[in-house]
Design a protein around this ligand. Structure first.
Ligand code: GDP
Length: 444
């Protein structure tokens, strides 16, 4: 699995924070030391790691802790944001020319996956309604032309070739005319690679570049080569100027150092990632999703967003006051259930929260789907105001009356009361941790 090692180590380092209610500066520093080691072991560029840790640490110690979140979650959020920023923040798309054809020149060392990726990219854009033309400009590697033809056939994309006797510049030039004549609005040029970067290769690529003036020069690098991939990217960018990188073989890369370093070192974005040998194993690169994947935290971030969107802070504060005074009543319970329900099925929400597995088990058979909420509403509405404010007065005969009035059973009423008590316990726990957060005013 991609980023397996890194993912485990980061989660373990940050997980230790989660088990603490309070965080000191030292806790953060210790965790950052572990994060640093994990990144270095994942073969992330040393300077990139140093800058990253510095930024994260500064933000963690300085920033006020968000309301309703535990400090540990906040640290994770910062790490996630900085990982995302390391990889370029937002997705970088291919520039599609308003004057077709758009010309993409694929470059890279031999074996990086250039020919395969040319095909994958053609297939990707074909699905989006483009009419691509693949161009075989690798006249040195014996099987390269044939390989591109096979790929083109599989994808039903035309392949332009002039054999291996013409110069790449002439082939590229002729391919452009061919594309214009045949109404191909996207030209993908598969150029020759070498085992190592050499001047002859760069000169040839420069000639092709100045002849066809591509809209995009995409460098294909093999993720498994780690820091070598970063160095190759730097060299190609300096010599030729690239617009973006396609990182291949990420499916087999358990470390992921290249993915995390390339953007910072070269200032050029990763635009696509290769996730397998099949022709549809190509994905646009989303830095935010990749960061979440690394941290195994995609769900937590959506949860935080969901909470921010759906929880009414004012009402939550009112509720907090009530809990402190121990006068939480069933109407509050109903309101709270509705707010939680707005965020999605309770099971899923608790599953997304770190350390909530236990509470989920405690709640046992609580099933807060829409039907349950409706039933709860009916039960609460069948009670007198006095009963809602003070459920402990609900004796057997009152329960019977409430059940009849709400079209439910006494069992249903009992279950609701049990849930209410569980929630009271849970809310007490939450207010406890919020109080300690406030007292500290963050963990600066
Ligand atoms: P080129 O010399 O740069 O044109 O490289 P090729 O396109 O011939 O690819 C070299 C090898 O890498 C082939 O066996 C491909 O199937 C394989 N390959 C390319 N991209 C990926 C990828 O994303 N994942 C995996 N697992 N293999 C890939």
């Amino acid at each position: 699995m991609i980023f397996e090692g890194l993912s485990d180590k980061l989660q373990s380092a940050l997980g230790k924070l989660k088990s603490k209610g309070k965080l000191t500066e030292k806790d953060v520093k210790d965790a950052m030391r572990e994060v640093k080691l994990a990144l270095l072991e994942a073969d992330v560029n040393f300077k990139v790691v140093k800058d990253f840790i510095k930024k994260v640490q500064e933000r963690c110690v300085g920033q006020e802790v968000m309301e309703s979140l535990t400090p540990a979650q906040h640290v994770i959020k910062i790490v996630n944001e900085e990982l995302t920023s390391l990889m370029g923040d937002v997705q970088s798309k291919i520039m599609i020319s308003s004057k077709p054809p758009t010309v993409i020149m694929m470059v890279g060392l031999q074996g990086a996956g250039k020919t395969t990726t040319s095909g994958k990219l053609g297939g990707y854009f074909k699905k989006q309604g483009k009419r691509p033309l693949l161009v075989a400009c690798d006249v040195y590697r014996p099987a390269a032309i044939k390989q591109l033809q096979v790929v083109g056939e599989k994808l039903d994309i035309p392949v332009f070739n002039m054999g291996d006797k013409e110069s790449p510049v002439n082939i590229a030039k002729a391919a452009l005319s061919h594309a214009i004549k045949n109404n191909n609005d996207l030209v993908i040029i598969d150029t020759a690679g070498r085992l190592h970067i050499d001047e002859t290769l760069m000169d040839e690529l420069k000639s092709v570049k100045s002849e066809v003036k591509p809209h995009e020069i995409l460098l294909v690098v093999d993720s498994m080569t780690g820091q070598d991939a970063v160095n190759v990217s730097e060299s190609f960018n300096e010599a030729l100027g690239i617009d973006g990188v396609v990182l291949t073989k990420l499916d087999g890369d358990t470390r992921g150092g290249a993915a995390l370093s390339i953007r910072s070192v070269t200032k050029k974005p990763i635009k696509f990632i290769g996730m397998g040998e099949k022709l549809d194993d190509l994905e646009p690169f989303h830095p935010d999703r990749m960061a979440s994947r690394i941290l195994g935290m995609g769900d937590i971030l959506s949860l935080i967003e969901k909470a921010q969107e759906n929880i009414d802070i004012e009402k939550a504060k009112e509720l907090e006051q009530k809990i402190k005074k121990q006068d939480l009543d069933l109407e509050d319970f109903l309101e709270q259930m509705e707010q939680i329900q707005n965020m999605g099925p309770l099971d899923k929400i608790l599953g997304m929260m770190p350390g909530m597995g236990n509470i989920k088990d405690q709640l046992g058979d609580v099933d807060m789907n829409g039907k349950e909420i409706k039933r709860t509403k009916a039960i609460v509405q069948a009670m007198t105001i006095e009963e809602r404010r003070n459920p402990s007065i609900l004796n057997a005969s009152r329960k019977k009356r409430v059940a009849r009035g709400s079209g439910t059973s006494v069992q249903d009423v009992n279950r609701l009361l049990k849930q209410f008590n569980e929630m009271k316990k849970m809310m007490k726990m939450f207010t406890g941790s919020q109080k300690s957060m406030k007292k500290r005013g963050g963990f600066a």
